[in-house]
Design a protein around this ligand. Structure first.
Ligand code: GDP
Length: 297
């Protein structure tokens, strides 16, 4: 029964982890993403030059890979969750070794906890003379985070995003965490995906970066993304190369939408232009109703 296969009971296969970086302002989230991006597949293939499409993939010497969402911070994470897009598997909690636990550190912890997403702690700025990673450990412990060196299972690594030290240890910790979670997804059948970033390009029109949750997204398919619709004119990988299809946890840039979707929107594959248009119209009507109801309240 193909229908059953396509509704999620197909064979599940291992997939890469999708990771979000969070932490207090100025603790080094952007610097960490910059440093990691330089080790990404895209950077290697394009000679160090990467285009920002909202996500990138780091490939480990073992052949395993990790997908990073390229937008730091809590707003993006919350916006995605509010729209039901549970794309993040692991949160990297960045804490500056000189500054220690701050309000947004705690906020990130509580976001991760309520989303039931495990945390890997990266104690950053360990190159600084005022760095005190031990103090950070104690602070985190007293906030209820069960660190591995205290008998818990939350991994902690000491890094410097600027000196680029400890990044390999962080990547290893993430792979170990992913392994423990035994992340799997159905690969066959129509894709279910979520938008992580969207923008309008002057020449190419609306572009949406999506991460496939399950199934395979294929170029040429009719899709509805949030309340927008279109047909996939092309898919590009994080290196900007045209690709025919995208499998779970692989970010792709979708070209061919008629309007601009939002981060957190779902991507649904339908079998005709007619259906795409109908579903899009239905969703737009519902959005309008919800909007009017909000004004009423
Ligand atoms: P964000 O607000 O969390 O994204 O933090 P940024 O990445 O913008 O970093 C804030 C400041 O801390 C910048 O001036 C960075 O250069 C600096 N910074 C970030 N990581 C490190 C690090 O590992 N060591 C040192 N010494 N400075 C860092």
């Amino acid at each position: 029964n193909t229908r059953r296969m396509h509704t999620g009971e197909g064979k599940n296969e291992p997939r890469p982890a999708v990771v979000t970086v969070m932490g207090h302002v100025d603790h080094g989230k952007t610097s960490l993403l910059d440093a990691l991006r330089q080790t990404s597949v895209a950077a290697k293939e394009a000679g160090g030059i990467t285009q920002h499409i909202g996500a990138f993939v780091v490939e480990m010497p073992s052949g395993a890979s990790i997908t990073f969402l390229d937008t730091p911070g809590h707003a993006a994470f919350s916006a995605m969750r509010a729209r039901g897009a549970a794309v993040t598997d692991i949160v990297v909690l960045v804490v500056a070794a000189d500054d220690g636990v701050m309000p947004q550190t705690l906020e990130a912890m509580s976001h991760a906890k309520s989303a039931n997403v495990p945390v890997v702690v990266a104690i950053n700025k360990c190159d600084k003379s005022g760095a005190d990673p031990e103090r950070v450990r104690i602070q985190l412990g007293s906030e209820g985070l069960l660190l591995e060196d205290m008998g818990g299972d939350v991994q902690v690594v000491e890094i410097s995003a600027v000196a680029k030290s400890g990044l390999d240890k962080l990547e290893e910790a993430l792979l170990l965490q992913a392994e423990m979670m035994d992340l799997k997804a159905r690969i066959d059948g129509p894709a279910q995906a979520f938008v992580v970033e969207a923008k309008v390009d002057r020449g190419r029109g609306p572009l949406a970066t999506a991460i496939v949750k399950s199934g395979t997204l294929v170029s040429g398919q009719h899709i509805v993304v949030g309340a927008e619709w279109g047909r996939i004119r092309s898919l590009r990988d994080t290196a900007g190369k045209i690709t025919e299809s995208a499998k779970p946890a692989m970010p792709v840039e979708i070209e061919g939408l008629r309007g601009l979707p939002m981060a957190g929107d779902d991507v649904v594959v339908v079998d005709s232009e007619e259906r795409a248009r109908m579903l899009s119209q239905g969703r737009k009507k519902k959005q309008e109703k919800d909007r009017l109801r909000k004004i009423d309240e």
